[in-house]
Design a protein around this ligand. Sequence first.
Ligand SMILES: NC(=O)c1ccc[n+]([C@@H]2O[C@H](COP(=O)([O-])OP(=O)(O)OC[C@H]3O[C@@H](n4cnc5c(N)ncnc54)[C@H](O)[C@@H]3O)[C@@H](O)[C@H]2O)c1
Length: 445
Amino acid sequence: MARPDPASRLMAKFTHRRATVGVVGLGYVGLPLVRAMHQAGFRVVGYDVDEKKVTALRAGKAYLKHLGRELVRELASSDRFAATSDPKSLRECDAVCLCVPTPLGAHREPDLSYVAESTRMVAGVLKKGALVTLESTSYPGTTREVCLPILEGKEGGRIRRLGSDFFLAFSPEREDPGRKGFETRTIPRLVGGVDLRSGDAAEALYAAAVEKVHRVESAEVAEAAKLLENIYRAVNIALVNELKPVLTDMGIDIWQVIRAASTKPFGFQPFYPGPGLGGHCIPIDPYYLSYKAREFGHSTRFIELAGEINHAMPKYVVERTASALNERGLALKGASVLVLGIAYKADVDDIRETPAAEIIALLAERGARVSYHDPHVPTFPSMRKYEIPLRSSPLTPRTLRAADAVVVVTAHRAIDWAMVGRAAKVVVDTRDALGGRTRARIVKA
Ligand SMILES: NC(=O)c1ccc[n+]([C@@H]2O[C@H](COP(=O)([O-])OP(=O)(O)OC[C@H]3O[C@@H](n4cnc5c(N)ncnc54)[C@H](O)[C@@H]3O)[C@@H](O)[C@H]2O)c1
């Protein structure tokens, strides 16, 4: 009988859970993936250059609160999981999934240095016949143009052949930290290989760990699909953010309008305005496509326009705060402003790209005395662009009454909104957090 080809051998290992899976980058995407692969029955090696994360995982300490303590405890006590900063530990892996950051550079250009660096590291230790998947969001062509030449040894390493020495695919993570009801296992997976057998191998790997895999023709289709999902959000959020000041000046509440339009059972999906974009994805990913489009002589006007509108929101919020104070005969300079919520979205402690940072910086620049309250973020972490030396103030009727204006940036459920409505003098509400339940003066922003 003929020996099975390398891809079939690998697929059998995945299907029968006899494989070891390496996860590179143990952040918001990598750690839930570790959980999914571990729960599927694989042996899992979690690798990160950040030794603090590795130490925490070994000790069973949670560093991403929204995933809960149980997960890290389970991993720390499992003989099928190892956390490491030593690349050599990845030598035994039959699959290695890259979950490293893909930020923007100073001029909004893609920064693929983490992808290239981690691929180089993996190339140095990869077992013959293993699969590499990239999960980090990036422009179409990244897996083929950046990862493939490195793995083939074209940068001066040992020459390896795709299809026998290794396989390579793209499978975008669709994690939404803090969202209830979905986890890595239950979010359908897109998978596309740089060639047919790589796609087959990746499909077998993810099918063993997630409920539904949608195979696409190529890595590029999967890369583009992920970007389309995020661009769709960025553009639709921009649309309601553009309509917000227009309707506000007409004396119409946009949140009521969106609720009304949402009663249509087809053809409409609600998106909500806010104080500006935040998080690792929506403010960043669309520009990955803009960048690549330029290489083909195209401009992406929707993306640029959406970016322009969404980026202007923090300034709009500050202007609305200034005019709300003005109505009360007060200037922003010298006024005390309490910001409620600094996380970029409700019920999480994630402050990446949060619009709260720009709002606080702009308020302070104009002379306001700013404080904040966030039940999930006790101190304002240091950010790439901002250093805001503040700690979360207690939220009491007294602190609310003491503020000349309260600005709602994040509608955490843990905040007592009824109390805010009773005690605050003026609330600049960017999230419709107070609805109609209040005696305070509400300025929608
Ligand atoms: N956060 C989300 O909700 C989300 C959702 C979908 C997709 N993504 C995408 O997934 C990717 C990862 O995002 P994230 O939110 O998990 O980022 P993260 O910052 O939470 O985690 C990335 C991890 O990679 C580690 N790392 C950096 N360089 C490394 C290297 N050379 N080798 C090994 N580890 C390295 C970092 O120390 C960090 O722990 C990004 O491309 C992002 O756009 C994120």
